[in-house]
Design a protein around this ligand. Structure first.
Ligand SMILES: [Zn+2]
Ligand SMILES: [Zn+2]
Length: 456
């Protein structure tokens, strides 16, 4: 169907069927002999993935792929960049994650990295799925971090709406059981995932990098899929773009795992883990044509839209019965008395200045923002966490001073160079920079505690 005909038909059929028709357009534009990579690691799979977004999209366009997924190890760090680059290139972005799933509770600590978690591939099917994925991965980092940021099946069940799961690589629960010749255990694990996600949203994932263990799994997975009423899907666990990138990736892997290239006993990847063309994938899985077709069907089903260009500050939750503006005023006037004592009551200049600044905050929509900054600075000071005295334009703000965000009196005899240049954007940037410095220090210390990446 040509696009103009299609548009007319969309109008004719009405809004109720709109999404179905968009799906038809996708199918129409999609070369029937194509393939969609649904398991792919970018450079955000830290020291384990060697793919840069722009180059990836160029390749996807060259291969006429209608969509491509990102599934970095345990994080969504690259999701926005991926989404924007894919959209820019005209390729549909599928946001996912190769999640770590703890064998039992995500809060339970195992004795070794091997026992800490299995791998499991998750893809966001829609906006709800994307939000659930964000929730799962955030919880994994905040509550489930032990060697890896981990979720568990209970959490997955809680946030499963809008998610598609693929059974995973050799380090998955299903494939680990198959490699131990425990087919019943593999089947039980697969059945649990099917029950959590639904039979339409769970696929048995086939890989083939020429590794015997994968062949062993691929001999069993189709039967499990059949028994459980779920479908197959082919993937290549992509870690680098071209076959010739394998050596460079191998060096990076050594850096990540703290090994020497010449070490014999170390983790290695096959050169096969590159971004294969549709023809290569179709040839590789010629015995499982439905596993190829299903990548296109999943690509068609996944539709996440992320809005840009609008500030989305969180809204500060004020005590019941109060407005944010009223609460901020109350805090400010209380702070004014604490900082200036009697002078707060009689110095008109002081009160006018505070009223002026409050007016600017209200007009520019920064009330929630300043309350949040006040909250975390207040929290830090209350617990003896060091906070700087303030600098730049932030130190020129009376509100920042009376709220205790800064400790420099902007009306004192020390003249603040920025006094006449107060703009909320500058102020916001400075406070945000201060906060991000604190975060960066924390992230660096967390990162340094993390161990090396694991196989695929
Ligand atoms: Zn894996
Ligand atoms: Zn992987």
């Amino acid at each position: 169907m040509r696009s103009r005909d299609c548009k007319q038909e969309i109008i004719a059929i009405g809004r109720g069927n709109f999404l179905r028709k968009v799906g038809d357009v996708y199918t129409e534009l999609m070369p029937r002999d194509s393939f969609v990579h649904l398991h792919l690691h970018t450079e955000y799979s830290l020291l384990d993935g060697a793919i840069r977004m722009k180059e990836l999209m160029k390749k996807a366009v060259e291969f006429k792929m209608p969509a491509v997924a990102v599934t970095d190890h345990g994080n969504l760090f690259g999701a926005i960049e991926f989404y924007q680059e894919a959209t820019h290139a005209g390729v549909k972005p599928i946001i996912g994650c190769e999640a770590y799933v703890a064998p039992r509770s995500h809060k339970e600590k195992a004795n070794s990295v091997r026992e800490a978690a299995y791998h499991f591939t998750l893809l966001a099917q829609d906006d709800t799925g994307y939000r659930n994925l964000v929730k799962l991965i955030s919880t994994a980092h905040l509550d489930g971090f032990h060697y890896r940021p981990r979720i568990d099946k209970e959490l997955l069940a809680q946030y499963s709406t809008g998610l598609i799961g693929l059974s995973g690589c050799l380090a998955s629960e299903v494939n680990s059981a198959i490699q131990s010749n425990n087919i019943e255990k593999a089947k039980k694990a697969a059945a649990e995932y099917r029950d959590i996600l639904g039979a339409d949203n769970f696929f048995m994932e086939l890989h083939d990098h020429g590794i015997e263990e994968q062949h062993q799994c691929n001999r069993v997975l189709p039967q499990i899929a059949k028994d459980l009423g779920v479908r197959l899907v082919a993937a290549n666990d992509v870690h680098f773009l071209r076959r010739e990138d394998h050596d460079a990736h191998d060096v990076m892997l050594c850096i990540g795992t703290g090994k020497m290239v010449q070490d014999e006993n170390r983790m290695r990847y096959a050169p096969e883990l590159y971004f294969k063309s549709p023809a290569e994938m179709r040839e590789l899985f010629k015995d499982f044509p439905e596993a190829i077709t299903n990548t296109l069907a999943i690509g068609e089903r996944c539709n996440v839209s992320i809005e840009f260009g609008k500030s989305k500050y969180p809204e500060y939750p004020v005590p019941q019965g109060q407005t944010r503006e009223g609460y901020l005023r109350e805090l400010c006037y209380k702070g004014l008395e604490e900082r200036y004592g009697e002078r707060a009551k009689i110095d008109n200049q002081l009160r006018e200045r505070l009223a002026y600044e409050l007016g600017v905050l209200e007009k520019t929509g920064f009330v929630s923002y300043i309350l949040i900054v006040w909250d975390f600075i207040h929290f830090a000071k209350g617990r003896g966490i060091p906070v700087g005295p303030g600098r730049g334009s932030a130190a020129g703000s009376l509100i920042a001073y009376v709220l205790g965000i800064t400790d420099i009196d902007p009306l004192s005899s020390i003249r603040i160079a920025y006094r006449h240049r107060i703009s909320m954007s500058i102020f916001a940037k400075r406070v945000a920079a201060k906060f991000s410095n604190m975060c960066a220090k924390n992230t660096a210390s967390v990162a340094s505690r993390r161990s090396s990446p694991s196989a695929s």
